[in-house]
Design a protein around this ligand. Sequence first.
Ligand SMILES: Cc1cc2nc3c(=O)[nH]c(=O)nc-3n(C[C@H](O)[C@H](O)[C@H](O)COP(=O)(O)OP(=O)(O)OC[C@H]3O[C@@H](n4cnc5c(N)ncnc54)[C@H](O)[C@@H]3O)c2cc1C
Length: 410
Amino acid sequence: MGDSAFALDLNDDQKEIREWIHGFAADVIRPAAAEWDEREETPWPVIQEAAKIGLYSLDFYAQQFFDPTGLGIAMTMEELFWGDAGIALSIVGTGLAAVGVLANGTEEQIGTWVPQMYGTPDDVQVAAFCSSEPDAGSDVSAMRTRAVYDEAKDEWVLNGTKTWATNGGIANIHVVVAVVDPELGSKGHASFIVPPGTPGLSQGQKFKKHGIRASHTAEVVLEDVRVPGSCLLGGKEKLDERLARTRERAKQGGERVKNAAMATFEASRPAVGAQAVGIARAAYEVALDYAKDRVQFGRPIIDNQGIAFQLADMRTRIDAARLLVWRASWMAAAGRPFESAEGSMSKLYAGETAKTVTAQAMQILGGNGYTREYPVERMHRDAAIYTIFEGTSEIQRLVIARTVSGSPIR
Ligand SMILES: Cc1cc2nc3c(=O)[nH]c(=O)nc-3n(C[C@H](O)[C@H](O)[C@H](O)COP(=O)(O)OP(=O)(O)OC[C@H]3O[C@@H](n4cnc5c(N)ncnc54)[C@H](O)[C@@H]3O)c2cc1C
């Protein structure tokens, strides 16, 4: 392909992988979706099935993560979440913690901890990324969990309460963001690995949720949790340098410096957008089939413009959302900076699309759409999280508005 060529086609390898994931989503995830939604439990047997075929493994995600076109992860997410969002999040939730280590860890830390997050097909494990706190959701700078260095023992001591952690408490490895210098606000944060079985880490409340109910969400309590110095992601020397630089810049009037949690979110936003695209596409397909079958007033309901135009809008929005996700994914892989917050744009638009399209799908199914006999009410409940987690829609708008205007919009 010449330099001037432009293509949005997936290559043959990608098409093959997509078919394979789609098969798993259709044959294994979908049939299990309603059951695990009702049980509100982590679907371990499905994760094990995924591990057996290599779909839940570091190798697979690393291969997709480093796909030079950037589309590997986007494609994977869309297909898995087309199957079912709650189960798919149980499969990919570990990835957020893995990205936390990839974004901030040394090569040695990545090699030591990331494989353990997945375990093996015979002993499957999950990992958790713990940033949010009861008083620090959108406002990460309000974080209170504290990490204090015990120089004599070369250990860090963590204390605090994390909340909303996907896989929190059931994970073998927790990646915890904590305050190391309270005077620097969100720039005084660092990320730590809490290894399996570390005393002092416990699960608090497990939340009963509106949607994605197969995905475990819980508080994580840290009481005098001691981790070795080597568990500070990036290492002490790099942290000390970064803190010194930040203090210096703060003195000179405060230049913006990225913090550890933000680096994780930036890398994961297009992937989260792709999840929302998968849910929206699933609901759209159900609605399209239903509208062709359902007869009222002597003709299929799709023969009414009122229904057909809605389906046209749904499909258009889904395709637009996917294009934004693919653009941001491609930019990230090509090393282009998100100068207009393209990652946030993709997550904002895809999340809002999933919520809107799943609501339209419920409406097209009428009374059936409102029951658990059909999957669209579950898809609508699942979609609702996509305007909330990984930065709410309002926060995405704030990021986009600040980036494109350069103004300190509040
Ligand atoms: C199911 C689930 C899974 C999650 N998984 C994880 C996880 O694995 N790890 C993790 O660390 N976190 C996780 N989260 C946390 C999630 O990222 C937060 O819920 C999210 O960042 C919002 O924070 P909050 O809930 O405290 O809402 P708040 O920040 O209190 O926001 C409340 C409302 O105010 C709005 N708002 C806040 N500030 C502004 C502003 N400046 N301008 C305009 N509007 C504003 C928000 O948009 C929102 O509508 C999860 C949450 C859920 C529900």
